[in-house]
Design a protein around this ligand. Sequence first.
Ligand code: NAP
Length: 721
Amino acid sequence: MSKIIWTRTDEAPLLATYSFKPIVEAFASTADIDVETRDISLAARILAQFGHHEDALTELGKLAKTPDANIIKLPNISASVVQLKAAIKELQAAGYDLPEYEDATDKYGVAQGSAVNPVLREGNSDRRAPKAVKNFAKKNPHSMGEWSADSKTDVATMDSGDFRHNEKSVVIPSEDSLSIVLVKSDGSEDALKEGLKVQAGEVIDGTYMSAKALDEFLLEQVKRAKDEGVLFSAHMKATMMKVSDPIIFGHIVRAFFADVYEQYGSELEAAGLNGENGLGAIYEGLKDLPNGDEIKAAFDKAMAEGPALAQVNSHKGITNLHVPSDVIIDASMPAMIRAGGKMWNKDDQTQDTLAVIPDSSYAGVFQATIEDCKANGAFDPTTMGTVPNVGLMAQKAEEYGSHDKTFKIAADGKVEVRNSAGDVLIEHDVEAGDIWRACQTKDAPIQDWVKLAVNRARLSGMKTIFWLDPERGHDANLIELVEKYLKDHDTEGLDLSIMSPVEATKVTVERMRAGEDTISVTGNVLRDYNTDLFPILELGTSAKMLSVVPLMAGGGLFETGAGGSAPKHVQQVEEENHLRWDSLGEFLALAESFRHEANNNGNAKAGVLADALETATEKLLDEGKSPSRKVGEIDNRGSHFFLAAYWAEALAEQTENAELAEAFKSVAADFAENAEEINQALLDVQGSAVDLGGYYYPNDEKTSAAMRPVEKLNELIASIK
Ligand code: NAP
């Protein structure tokens, strides 16, 4: 019996799993496929660190390196420290013997930030909007905010001293072991990292963000936002880049409240209130300080006198600076662009904003998109072209959240990357407080990425652009490698080019307006950004993307969309028992997973399941059976029911496999006959609060009861054999 691994993760996709997975198991069993669950939720990963749970992530990481892997990966939490602590507290309260976060930061660090995807991604990424989804979006466009030429919205980014401008890059000639050393001004040395294994052909980069340059830049932007009467908003990725971005976030908080830190800085720093955990944590911490009220008043005064802050939740007074993980650049910038360049102010009105993105590596992509909107107005989802992505990410390529190689520099001096012979490969003069980081990209993933780009260009016939910036050290090396490896392929008749991200954005966006499609072939960070930016503009959300990772060893990893785990959706379930999570990403991934099983193991029935599932998904979209955001209307559970009904119907009607057609005839009839009653019953359960028995580790029985509330439907699913 073959098997598909279904990952149990967190928040909304976990709740959806309780409803959908029994359906998946039942349908898969008809093609002799076992659907096994592996728990890689934040809670399970924390418990695994202390022997209270199996270490499923390590197991799956090994599986991903074999041809047998067929893994469906749902979005999971990339935990900030705030989330980690909350999860630990919940697990302790549930009776697990766990140390406090502060007493075991190393072990907890394993579960922090982007801890899952880099382990599983043993291949590069192929993300696109399936035709049915794109066509549906064209027929049923999401709303777009107006853009006007006099919008004051702008992106502010650094023009020197940041990661982009300081980057140096080398290609390693032969297998080696590197060290990263801080040589202090007095000549003494601190080893930052030793024994960093590298292979021949590997690209190694080093760069740093100057703390001084950052502070100067930030003070200017606070002043600029005030002068121009626009909102101040900061956009970064404090979850995934768990070392660098919280530090930068701290600088932003301190710059915004510069006067307060001028006066009370030493007390605040001594109490650990340096802003890296956000304004919310500062307000909490002030309660424990003897003159906390006085300092709070200073914060309030600064808030009243400074530029208006963009809000995350204006009703609750949660600002852009409250929680470092609340505003995540890859989703926040496109959402702002979709909304006509506006964010929310404290009076619950939308307003133009100064989007502060300190590092300039990719800020220009958003800036170019914004400039285009100012010149040409909002995009039109009914006519715009599509922008699929081929992303370099295998074997932690360019893993910019590579936390084990990011350091806050303790003293003035220089950072050297040395090879085992002692030669200095990369060198930077640094000052205390600077953020220095390295990243690695192995050769085999680069070759595989170029191959995948050529394949996608060939299969789609689309213009294909490699987004690489000749002015950056790393990208300059990659341009040479791309040019070299393209020669390994037949590129006759393909439209392939290499452009800087800003140029590529301009060309792509212009084509998109003209209804033309363009593949963006990017490194890891832009993979993340572009697979939110373009889908959010084209489809309204990135959750509707097909996201395939053809694993280099021959297996398949099928990610369910490009979105995250939608924490807000869980709150809504808890308050009114309505789950607005759309499982379209799961449907798309599942069809690809069955197809992979059909191709790799010659399982013809799996291919029939895949085709029928795609037919059902298209019908689901056309019939408007996707979840609504409003209580009392169809939700995630209702959409799963209709998907199952349409899937059974498509299987009963297909002529490719008589056995499956026969098996599903009565199932399809039963679903159709009971449709009205089941649909109504699923609506009737909504409206009141529901207790899931936990947030990070919900109670199995309670959650299952909540997500599978209709006995008749459960019986129908159980009858599928
Ligand atoms: P998010 O979970 O994508 O949520 C942002 C909003 O996108 C949601 O509130 C929701 O909008 C919409 N959305 C996303 N997926 C949806 C779906 N399937 N159906 C309906 N709406 C959907 O982004 P986030 O708040 O930035 O991140 C939350 C967590 O997910 C973080 O811990 C983050 O690290 C993690 N994350 C994981 C992955 C991954 O594992 N691949 C990727 C990205 C983020 P409405 O509120 O309008 O309904």
